[in-house]
Design a protein around this ligand. Structure first.
Ligand SMILES: [Zn+2]
Length: 226
C-alpha cells in the first residue's frame, strides 16, 4: 500500500516535471539572465524558542519541517530564474540574544524583511495541528478582503486538489500577522496536520515535500499568468 502510494507520487512528480518542461519551452522571463522579473518571499514559520506544532507520532517539530519545505520551494523557484528572499535560513528565531519579547521581535523582523524585499508575493510555510487527530489536509489561507491574496490562494489550492492525496477542497480566510503586516499579496500554506497520523507520515516523505512544493510553484505561475 505504502509502496504503491509512493510510486503514484513519483509518477505525479514526473508528470509535473514533464508539463513544466513543455510549458517552459520557454518565455524569456525565465531563460534570460540577468532580468529576474519576479521576486517571491518565502517565510518558514516559527523558529528558535517557538518550535511550532509537533508530530504526534514522531515528535518532529514544525520549525525544522517548515525550513526543509521552504528550501525545497526556494530551489524550484531559483531553477526557473525567479528570485527568492527568505525570512530565515536556519533553525533560529529572528531575535537577538538579549530580546525580552522574542516572539514580538521575531515577527517584527519578519515584517521588516518582507516590506524591504520588493517581493511580488509572500508564501509562509506551516504545518497544521489540532487537539483531535481527525482533521487533515493541505490548505491555503489568505488575507481577508484582499482579492489578490484570495486569487493566489485559490490558484494554489486548485492545484493541490489535482495533485495531493489530502487536499482540502477550498482555501480559507486567515487572520495572521504575517499576512496583515504588508500590502504584498500573501498566503499561508498549511501543508497538512502533524496531529493526523496519515498527514504526518506524508509530510515526512521526500515525495510529498517535492509534490506540494511543485504544486505551490505551479499555482503561483498560474496566478501570475506566466
Ligand atoms: Zn505554524
Amino acid at each position: 500500500m505504502c509502496f504503491s502510494l509512493s510510486k503514484k507520487f513519483i509518477i505525479i512528480i514526473l508528470i509535473i516535471i514533464l508539463l513544466l518542461s513543455c510549458i517552459f519551452a520557454l518565455p524569456s522571463a525565465f531563460t534570460s539572465t540577468p532580468s529576474q522579473k519576479y521576486v517571491v518571499l518565502i517565510d518558514a514559520g516559527h523558529g528558535g524558542v517557538d518550535g511550532g506544532a509537533v508530530g504526534r507520532k514522531t515528535g518532529k517539530d514544525e520549525n525544522r519541517l517548515n525550513l526543509e519545505y521552504a528550501f525545497t520551494l526556494k530551489e524550484i523557484f531559483e531553477r526557473f530564474n525567479i528570485k527568492v528572499v527568505m525570512t530565515r535560513t536556519n533553525l533560529n528565531g529572528l531575535y537577538g540574544p538579549f530580546s525580552v519579547n522574542k516572539k514580538k521581535d521575531d515577527m517584527a523582523k519578519r515584517r521588516d524583511i518582507i516590506n524591504r524585499s520588493n517581493a511580488n508575493l509572500v508564501i509562509s510555510i506551516h504545518m497544521n495541528s489540532h487537539p483531535l487527530s481527525s482533521p487533515k489536509g493541505a490548505q491555503v489561507f489568505y488575507k481577508n478582503e484582499d482579492p489578490n491574496s484570495l486569487g493566489l490562494a485559490t490558484s494554489i489550492q486548485k492545484i493541490f486538489v489535482q495533485t495531493l492525496p489530502n487536499a482540502r477542497a477550498a482555501p480559507s480566510i486567515g487572520d495572521y500577522y504575517i499576512l496583515n503586516c504588508t500590502d504584498i499579496p500573501g498566503v499561508i500554506i498549511e501543508c497538512g496536520y502533524l496531529s493526523n497520523p496519515n498527514d504526518e507520515a506524508l509530510i515526512l516523505t521526500e515525495n510529498y515535500r517535492q509534490l506540494i512544493c511543485y504544486s505551490i510553484f505551479i499555482g503561483i505561475l498560474k496566478y501570475l499568468a506566466i
